[in-house]
Design a protein. Structure first.
Length: 464
């Protein structure tokens, strides 16, 4: 008799969405999580990156809504604002300021605490899904042919027990131990690639000026350049729920921001390509100290290329493809990966031969798209890889650079670039004849010489 129990390792966003994807096909889904999870939109111990800017691109938001209908409406009710891109985004790229073109895609800028809580409440409302906290996985059961369950350990007592399963999902994030577990089962090692820009993050929460909250304020970003003599430095001001601005500053090797509160505004003013973020923060009230992280490397496990892959196992989210958070793709890839799991199960059925390999290949597709976007830029940071960018990297970067330059003065090209960045469409749209011609001709309008903030927006933020 086929075991129709699924065990999902990891209770963060990727794991919860995977549980939701599995629930229609399984008799029972057990989500295993190390930490005690909060009962509201509060911080949790095992998610230090939650203190930094998060955004859900529209490609991920659509996947989230397919998995959990009504979630976007609940987030909007909770104070999250749907931000049209680039209409409500003020962005300085390495090739100049973008104009605020008509909407192509959108983002949902929310605190990670709120987003996780809304998703967690909706997922766990399903009686088929059980949450087991204070427990960690210590190994897989089975062989190189098939996984039959997991070995678990209670963190309070150290007691171990086994849980059999017809499907095991590893959604344990960057710290996934899947490579070691698979090796113990005799599964040959798969290719791993890492592109580490060396970027460090410093983030701080502010109370936004009341008028800026009342009228709605755009996202403001000053992007880093991976090429040049100086280290890359950038920053993002993200308006989130409850009248707050979450600000993340970042820099690559030799140009990292400091952890001190006094250094935060100085870095925003003196180190970025434009001081607009510092100017906006002059009238905002700091609510927190500075939070730091250096865990920003891109790391991808190419499990979909494995010569052999055991039945009943799939790895998704950051456990298969961890991305530099500066591009904001991690949550969207997790949502699209979970939706891919649901769609494959709907086509092939539970327990069908070769299901696990089909699932792993499906999960790899959204991961591949985001990986190419992230590493296509990060590979140019000094020391990001052992050998530096190859010829393909250089040719692709030269074309993308031309597109970004064109997008500063061509709305049609800007919208196509945004479609790809938002994970709404694949990068192949950037090779269409119309886009190739647009890139050849360049921008149609002159470049902006200052941030495209309106007089009313500057007044609302208290900027003279």
């Amino acid at each position: 008799m086929t075991d129709r129990t699924a065990v999902v390792l990891g209770g963060s966003l990727a794991g919860l969405l995977a549980a939701r994807a599995l629930a229609p096909f399984a008799d029972r889904v057990v989500v295993v999580e190390r930490d005690a999870l909060p009962t509201g939109p509060q911080p949790r111990k095992g998610l230090p990156q939650a203190r930094h800017v998060h955004q859900l691109w529209s490609g991920g938001a659509h996947a989230l809504e397919e998995l959990l209908p009504g979630t976007i409406a609940e987030l909007l009710t909770a104070g999250v604002r749907r931000v049209p891109v680039t209409t409500d985004m003020v962005a300085l790229s390495p090739r100049g300021w973008y104009r605020r073109w008509a909407e192509s895609a959108f983002v949902l800028p929310a605190s990670r605490d709120l987003l996780d809580w809304v998703v967690r409440e909706r997922v766990l409302a399903d009686d088929r899904i059980e949450l087991l906290t204070g427990t960690e996985a210590v190994g897989l059961l089975g062989s190189d042919l098939a996984v039959t369950g997991v070995r678990l350990r209670a963190l309070d007592s150290g007691a171990e027990h086994v849980r059999t399963a017809g499907l095991v999902v590893d959604a344990t994030g960057r710290g996934s131990r899947a490579p070691a577990w698979l090796a113990r089962l005799g599964v040959p090692a798969t290719e791993i690639r890492e592109v580490d820009s060396g970027i460090a993050y410093a983030s701080r929460m502010f109370r936004a000026p009341a008028e800026a909250v009342r009228t709605g304020f755009p996202i403001v970003t000053v992007q880093a350049s991976p090429r040049g003599r100086r280290p890359g430095r950038g920053g993002v001001l993200m308006p989130i729920e409850n009248g707050r601005w979450l600000v993340t500053l970042y820099g690559s090797r030799g140009g990292e921001p400091g952890a001190g509160t006094d250094d935060f505004l100085r870095y925003a003013r003196d180190e970025l390509a434009h001081p607009v973020i510092a100017e906006l923060l002059a009238n905002a009230e700091p609510l927190t100290d500075v939070s730091m992280t250096r865990t920003t490397a891109n790391r991808r496990h190419f499990y979909e290329r494995a010569r052999t892959w055991p039945e009943n196992l799939v790895v998704l989210g950051d456990a298969v493809c961890a991305l530099n958070p500066v591009y904001g793709h991690g949550m969207s890839v997790a949502a699209q990966g979970a939706l891919a799991v649901r769609n494959v199960l709907g086509r092939k059925g539970w327990g069908s031969p070769g299901l696990a390999r089909s699932l792993q290949k499906a999960v790899s597709r959204p991961a591949r798209a985001a990986w190419e976007l992230s590493t296509g830029a990060d590979v140019f940071y000094p020391g990001a890889t052992e050998n530096g960018p190859n010829l393909r990297d250089r040719l692709a970067h030269a074309y993308v650079d031309r597109l970004l330059y064109t997008a500063t003065g061509n709305g049609r090209i800007a919208r196509r670039v945004t479609d790809v960045t938002a994970l709404e469409r694949g990068a192949e749209v950037l090779l269409s004849p119309a886009v190739l011609l647009g890139a050849l001709l360049g921008p149609r309008r002159p470049q902006l010489t200052r941030p495209p903030l309106t007089t009313d927006e500057l007044k609302a933020a208290g900027v003279q």
